[in-house]
Design a protein around this ligand. Structure first.
Ligand code: NAD
Length: 264
């Protein structure tokens, strides 16, 4: 039983930047062949692939909008055509489109829900169908592994971000319901809920003042993509073989409600 992903194939959505990129790179270092999904910006995805190949790993870039069922199906077909199978899905793609509640347009709402929540539904469904079709594979104790990228905002309400928080709250129940449904087949479904990690999604908030952000983080630093990637590697590895339906908070203690520390 080990941390290595040698002989396994991972599809990582939104892997041309941020957390997805960090996960794709670490999984490749651990021996997985990686499908680097991207939405726009082929050059960034190609750079991730080149970086992986330069270290002796295997990867391909595959364009797909995770909210488009045909594109998702094509992505899994491309993965299987190139690498023969899929062992791991990291459903990571996500966006924010923020607005005060009264000003939030229906388009803001639909855009975030369809990328963050429907996108994960479609990718999880495609992965599940593939796991079932290909059956038992060597190199992994599980028949397949799915990791959903959630957020501390699956628990912490977030004013001005109702669409985003609703999408992440939805992912919690999507993940647990799916985990419950497929565990008996040997498929493990889990989630990671990051706190504030240094990526472009929160570049604006960090530019406004990282000190304000640090007030929310007992551990005293903003997270790095590698912090999340290492947790992701553990969860999809055989070391986590008995971890099913869990959400791992990788947040420097943000969900400990640090506001209560000094106001007890
Ligand atoms: P990011 O903006 O770098 O990454 C998001 C990725 O999703 C991008 O690569 C983007 O191209 C991709 N994407 C967007 N729409 C897509 C679509 N329709 N189809 C396919 N891909 C699409 O930001 P990030 O911080 O790396 O975010 C990754 C995930 O982590 C998101 O789900 C986000 O909600 C979650 N998250 C991030 C933080 C943080 O602090 N950075 C905290 C909690 C949760």
């Amino acid at each position: 039983m080990q941390l290595s992903l040698a002989g396994q194939v991972a599809v990582v959505t939104g892997a041309s930047s941020g957390l997805g990129r960090g996960i794709a790179e670490l999984f490749a270092e651990a021996g997985a062949a990686v499908v680097v999904n991207y939405h726009g910006g082929v050059e960034a995805a190609a750079e991730v692939v080149r970086g992986i190949e330069a270290k002796g790993g295997e990867a391909i870039a595959v364009q797909a909008d995770v909210a488009d069922p045909d594109a998702v199906a094509r992505m899994f077909e491309a993965a299987a055509a190139r690498f023969g199978a899929v062992d791991i899905l990291v459903a990571n793609s996500g966006i924010q489109q923020d607005a005060p509640f009264a000003e939030m347009t229906l388009q803001d709402w639909h855009k975030v829900i369809s990328t963050n929540l429907t996108g994960q539904f479609l990718c999880c469904q495609a992965a599940l169908r593939r796991f079932r079709a290909q059956g038992r594979r060597p190199h992994s104790r599980a028949l397949g592994k799915i990791l959903c990228m959630s957020s501390v905002h699956d628990r912490i309400p977030w004013a001005g971000h109702a669409n985003y928080a609703a999408s992440k709250g939805g992912i919690a129940m999507l993940m647990q319901s799916l985990a419950q449904e497929v565990a008996a087949e040997g498929i493990r479904v889990n989630a990671i809920a990051p706190g504030a990690i240094r990526t472009r999604i929160n570049a604006g908030a960090r530019a406004e003042g990282e000190a304000k952000m640090l007030d929310l983080i007992p551990y005293g630093r903003v997270g790095e993509p590698e912090d999340v990637a290492r947790a992701a590697l553990f969860l999809v590895s055989d070391l986590a073989d008995y971890v099913v339906g869990a959400t791992l908070y990788v947040d420097g203690g943000m969900t400990l409600y640090p506001g209560f520390r000094d106001n007890g």
